[in-house]
Each structure stands twice: as C-alpha cells, then as structure tokens.
Design a protein around this ligand. Sequence first.
Ligand SMILES: C[S@@+](CC[C@H](N)C(=O)[O-])C[C@H]1O[C@@H](n2cnc3c(N)ncnc32)[C@H](O)[C@@H]1O
Length: 281
Amino acid sequence: MTYNDAMQRATRVTTKYEHYGPLYDLVLATLPEAPTVLEIGIANGGSLQTWREVLGPDARIIGVDLNERAIAMRDEGFEVYILDTGDPASWEVLRRDLAGTVDLLVDDGGHTNRQQVEAVVHGIDLVRDGGWIVIEDLHASFMREFGNPSPFSAVRYLNELASDLHRAHPRSSVPPKHPNLARSIEYLVSSTSWTALRVGHWNAASRDEFTAGTDATLMDYDHRWDSSSTTRKIGALLPGPVKARARDVALRLTQAVEMRSLFRADARSSAKDRSGPPTAR
Ligand SMILES: C[S@@+](CC[C@H](N)C(=O)[O-])C[C@H]1O[C@@H](n2cnc3c(N)ncnc32)[C@H](O)[C@@H]1O
C-alpha cells in the first residue's frame, strides 16, 4: 500500500502535500519489518493512523506534541509524548527513552527554524544507522511569519549540512563545519519543502577510492582536468615557487568571470515547456 492510499483510510484528519507520498514510499521501501516511527506533530492524529495503515499492527508508532489532548491517541495503541521540541530538555527525555531505536523520525511540528534544526541536531541521537530523519514543510524557511529568509533558517542549515558531506571528503581542503553530524549522515534526499537525511555513521576509510579493471589504455590523463582553461595556461608559464599560489589566485579570478553567467542561468526553453507556465519569483 502506498503512503497516499494509507492516508485516505485515516478517519482522523491529516493533511500533507501530495508529492510527499511518493517520497515516503521511497523511504518506506528501506524500513525493516515492524519499524519504529516517531512523528513530531500529532494534531488530529490522522498521520499516526496513516503510519499504522501503511506499516501494519506490529509497527511501533510514537507521536510527540505540545497539546495535551493528543494523549487521547494512546487509547488507539500509539505511544504519545507531550513535549515541546523547541526545548532541549524535551530531547533529553526522548534520548533517554529512544536513543538509537527509531527507524524514521518525521518532524511535522511547529515548523520554526529552531524546531526544524533541533529535530536534526538532537534527532540524530534517536535514529539507528540506516534510519531516516525527515523534515517537512521547509518552505517555512522562506516565509516572513517564521522570520525568514534568514541566515538561521532551517534550509540554510540543511544546505550547510549538504556541503559538509563534501567538505568531509578526505581530499577536501576545508573541514566540515559540523564534523560529527556530517559523519553521521550517509546522504540527503530533497524535494519541494521536504528533506530526508539517511542516517549512517561512517569513517573516512569508507570514502576511499575504489578501482577496478586492468586496461587503462584509453584515457588521456592530460584531459583529466580542463586542460584548455586560461588558468592552466597561466599556471604553466609561471616559475616554480610562486606557481601554486599564483595558480590559486588566477583560478579564482578566471572562475569569477567564467562562472558568473552560469550561476545566473535558468533552464532553457525546452525545460520551461515541460514545467508549464512560469511561477512568480
Ligand atoms: C502541522 S500539525 C501536525 C500535523 C500532523 N503531523 C499530520 O500530518 O496530520 C503541527 C502540530 O505540531 C504541534 N506542535 C507545534 N509546535 C510544537 C512543538 N514545539 N513541540 C511539539 N509539538 C508542536 C502542534 O500542536 C500541532 O499539533
């Protein structure tokens, strides 16, 4: 059963954006039998019922909400915590009870920057390797009523985290800004308003190169980089000691010229035809 089909069987109200369903189907395909799901934000309880429909009677389904009335969901077989996820003390309670046991943590609470970022920073302790953290409704990062756009928006944080996965590579010249978190995430999947982080603690050796095959006669190693670029020609003319530094500077300058227009580029008209009329910027 798909997530969206299961949602339609809920008797209690739940509202999601339609495209979340197929994204959850991708996540659900990776979960073990009888998984543990924790959703922040119970509201009327319909999303807890949806998890029960799609995951079956043996799944452990846990809801968290500020609203004490959500306790009523215990009568339907769900575990319920009444907590404020914007308060670090709440995460202490969840860590004490659930550390390393959750297969899927969904944040659909109050959508403030703080709550969404706390769900990643603290949620990582609750989720087992191979599990997921999903943050819903990330368009809040671009809504004035949430104090956004802001350098402290949740999307800004997630973009930094995505960059950290690259910074954490052994050949990167720059260390990650959040090294422990970066080494606890295997990868991110993002769509409109929805980002999923696949949790997995990894060490640098797992990012080592892996080579197969014996026939290496085809590749021209002079073409490994862009050998025609102005930068490389400038670099080739310079004497030894100043060469490396001068090449760095030349690379930055020529990139600034060459890349500016690319960074401003949108898709060509064929892509516009596929995506329908342009929306307001
Ligand atoms: C968007 S609704 C949840 C919808 C529900 N997940 C669904 O799909 O049907 C948001 C819920 O988060 C709760 N909430 C808001 N801020 C919260 C916080 N800081 N901690 C816990 N729950 C919070 C609200 O009480 C509300 O029930």
